[in-house]
Design a protein around this ligand. Sequence first.
Ligand code: ADP
Ligand code: MG
Length: 397
Amino acid sequence: MARRLSVVPDSAAPATLLWPFARRRAKVKPRRDAFYPVSFAPLAPANFALSSIGRRSLRFVFVLSICALLAACEFEPPDRTVRFTGSTMGTTYELKLVPPPGQTVPTDFNRQAAALLAGINQKMSTYDPESELSRFNRNPSTDWVAVSPELREVVAAGLRASEWTGGAFDITVGPLVNLWGFGPEPHQDRIPSEDAIRQARERVGFRRLRARAEPPALKKDRPDLYVDLSALAKGYGVDRLAELVEASGIGNYLVAIGGDLRAKGHNGKGRPWTVAIERPTPGQRAVERLLKIGDHAVSTAGDYRNFFERDGRRYSHVIDPRTGWPVPQTVASVTVIDRRDLDADAADTALMAAGEEAGFRLARERHIAALFILPDADGRTFRERHTPEFEPFLLPP
Ligand code: ADP
Ligand code: MG
């Protein structure tokens, strides 16, 4: 499995894809991380039997065709999307911007976006040994350590998710993630010894970490505590991209990092943004569900892209800190929709870590818009469970 120098490992992230075509073309498989404007097939010309109609009728047909063409032009407005892409956090980012009529997108916009994302990596990546987070992780001090407000904000969001899951989600899980080979070190594809798991577990515990806003600082109660923000850093990046877009006066956009995305308004053809959730089948790209997301963020966590297999069992990159083992294969993916992607990204991994029953109960209690995709016994077919809050976003299958 490819390793990356980034906050979040992967081109292997589960995907929420912007569905490339209208729903009636749903047999076309979307390309990985490809985002297209939703569009309709061009109007097909009417199929007349020409021999049976006279010249007048032909003229009529001709006029009709011109009308149809004009109507088609009106129906199919020019796509005004300005698109930028680049690499970040081990995957790709994409910006789809629909500037207001008469307004252009600044020529250096993509440079601004890339600089913003590089700044986030320099603060939050455990893949960069010189990032602010890596330096905090190496710092043995158990006093308050001054950090950037950005790092404090993401740690605080991670601590909140750790709290409401009762520790199923835990941003200090890093030693276990790394031990199982899902961290910055190359993947070993092997099951660690019980002794190594026990030692790593001793270092885990979000209650040993505190975050303070004024002035921004973090404090660990154990010198070797190790914070891993990979579960929610992409969501933070998506929110910051959305802020950058809005600050430039663009109110219609879709921004994405890997499969995490956030949209507002409409696409370049004036239609609502439609996205697809991937079917959680390793090695395949197929659509499970289509969503109309409005002004929301969507994030998906899953066990089907970043994992290894041993003796017919799949070991996921989401680790249960309470057992020290990857979460069992009872949930294939969890998709969460929220206003902010930071919250959606924290919640998808949190619910995945909590497991089907506890996770679904938590999602219900906290009114989280969540869709769980659960494997049947054969592992090849799936069933779904979603909270009532998810219902309005679902397009009929
Ligand atoms: P991705 O989009 O890369 O699949 P997710 O949002 O699903 O990311 O988060 C997965 C990452 O979260 C893992 O690679 C790991 O670094 C981290 N992680 C794994 N288990 C937990 C956990 N129980 N609590 C918090 N973070 C976790
Ligand atoms: Mg997540």
